[in-house]
Design a binder for this molecule. Structure first.
Ligand code: PBG
Length: 324
């Protein structure tokens, strides 16, 4: 039965009809907002390559957390930038480190807000790699105990979820064992399971001061050309005990999001990363793209591809435009 009996435009005639037949929705409840935390007092420092994003000192986090919660956003993911870095990234597992203090400040100000702590060493190492580095290679197995210490210490500080983003093999199992041994059996692991070696992380590395001093991350993050490998990575992480898996970046990898959603029955998250944010913001600033439309469209596309939740630097902007 084709045209003229079939007329897809019938369902597009009014906003009412379009709304009634809309397949995918995005609401503030579907979003998670990333926060960059720095040392100092009274700091709200704009990230030049990410217009609208600021690095905040711990004293600023209470008000920020309440604002996020009041906007209807259920969770945040934290990235701490320590004052000093060393070869072992010891700031990552310092019980009084920048991220641990940030977790405590947010949980105190807004206990209902779900605090996800990113678990990685790159913000804390002087070489900028995500694990133990000998000048040429990042050592997988030697990095695991440091990641475990980091995850345990963040969970002890009160993080509701730990999210390893380092891409070392076996880290999910190691972290699960470490959490369980520390009586943190109820702390879930959100694994950056399919994390690509992406140029779209550029602005984040400005914000987090985590650009590798030598070499790049291709020896541990995934080759952008590989799709089947993403499914193997996700399967491994689920077998090792991941409670939630993530695909990152989001928009250039929507096929991977879809494949993950079709293949696995755990929650699938996607991370709309810094470069995705900054390229849209740059065009918006020039008046080349309409902010409200492209922010919503980008988030809808990630949800339509199958992401249950989206980490996005646009979360607050979106939520302001879509209050209950
Ligand atoms: C840490 C980490 C990175 C991002 C999240 N966690 C950077 C990287 O791997 O280089 C990127 C987030 C973004 O670009 O918004 N390993």
């Amino acid at each position: 039965m084709g045209f003229p009996r079939t007329r897809p435009r019938r369902l597009r005639r009014s906003e009412g009809l379009r709304g009634l037949t809309r397949e995918t929705r995005v609401a503030p409840e579907d979003l998670i907002y990333p926060l960059f935390c720095v040392t100092g007092n009274g700091v709200r420092e704009p990230v030049v390559s990410m217009p609208g994003v600021e690095r905040l000192s711990v004293d600023q986090l209470a008000a920020e957390a309440k604002e996020i919660k009041d906007l209807g956003i259920p969770g945040v993911i934290l990235f701490g930038i320590p004052a000093t870095k060393d070869a072992e990234g010891s700031g990552a597992y310092d019980p009084d480190g920048i991220t641990q203090r940030s977790v405590r400040a947010i949980k105190e100000a807004a206990p209902e807000l779900v605090v996800i702590a990113d678990v990685c060493l790159c913000e804390y190492t002087d070489h900028g790699h995500c694990g133990v580095f000998d000048g040429v290679h990042v050592h997988n197995d030697a990095s695991l105990p440091l990641l475990v210490k980091t995850a345990v210490s963040l969970a002890q500080a009160g993080a509701d979820i730990v999210a390893p983003s380092d891409m070392m093999d076996g880290r999910v199992a190691a972290i699960r064992d470490g959490l369980d041994d520390a009586d943190l059996t109820n702390t879930p692991i959100l694994s950056y399971a399919a994390k690509y070696a992406s140029g779209f992380y550029g602005p984040f590395r400005d914000a987090a001061e985590s650009t590798p001093q030598a070499g790049d991350r291709r020896g541990y993050q995934m080759d952008p050309a590989n799709g089947l490998e993403a499914l193997r990575e996700i399967q491994l992480d689920i077998d090792e005990g991941a409670d939630i898996i993530m695909v990152k970046p989001a928009m250039p990898y929507l096929d991977i999001v879809r494949a993950a959603k079709d293949s696995f029955d755990v929650p699938v998250f996607a991370y709309q990363v810094s470069g995705e944010y900054s390229m849209l913001q740059a065009a918006i600033e020039r008046g080349w793209l309409d902010a409200d439309r492209v922010i919503e469209e980008s988030l809808v596309s990630i949800r339509r591809a199958g992401a249950d939740r989206v980490i996005s630097y646009f979360a607050k902007d979106f939520a302001r435009n879509h209050r209950g």
